[in-house]
Design a protein around this ligand. Structure first.
Ligand code: FES
Ligand code: FES
Length: 163
């Protein structure tokens, strides 16, 4: 058994299990994607005490007192920033890798609001995307950094297809 916070709320997990199972199956936080279940793809990345961590690795019993953050726990402003930046940069194809990419971006930008391109690339070095070739994801992270620094997000263009 362990007690820790998830997106700011205290949870007590009775059964010792992989964090990803607790987040997805018990708490319904389905932004946490299960790409490989074995630490190889990065799609399940969440922040634990601010550090990008693959949720398919730690057992919940090891998380006593820790703080877990998923995409669902971002602020409304952060959600707007990442939605706009990834959409505008054309960084989303199937979308499966994106929550993990966003959490890596958040960890980077929380500590380094104006990263170099190489630093953005380094931040997602452990995350696999089978669709985009990474260039547009790095563009999106740099655009998110710009928007966070500016403190505002442009209107979503009307020609975006949201369907
Ligand atoms: S599902 Fe966790 S690293 Fe692939
Ligand atoms: S957008 Fe499809 S895996 Fe990255």
């Amino acid at each position: 058994m362990a007690a820790f916070t998830v997106n700011g709320k205290l949870v007590t997990v009775e059964k010792n299990q992989k964090l990803i199972r607790s987040l997805r199956d018990d708490l319904g936080l389905t932004s946490v994607k299960d790409g490989c279940s074995e630490g190889a793809c990065g799609t399940c990345t969440v922040l634990i005490d601010g550090k990008p961590t693959r949720a398919c690795i730690p057992q919940t019993d090891k998380l006593e007192g820790k703080s877990v953050l998923t995409v669902e726990g971002l602020t409304d402003f952060e959600k707007q920033v990442y939605t706009y930046a990834f959409g505008q940069a054309g960084a989303v194809q199937c979308g499966f890798c994106i929550p993990g990419m966003v959490m890596c971006a958040k960890a980077l930008l929380d500590g380094n609001p104006n990263p170099a391109r190489e630093e953005a690339a380094f931040a997602i070095r452990n995350n696999i995307c089978r669709c985009t070739g990474y260039v547009k994801i790095i563009d999106a992270i740099l655009l998110a950094a710009e928007l966070l620094r500016a403190g505002e997000v442009p209107e979503i263009p009307s020609d975006w297809s949201l369907g």
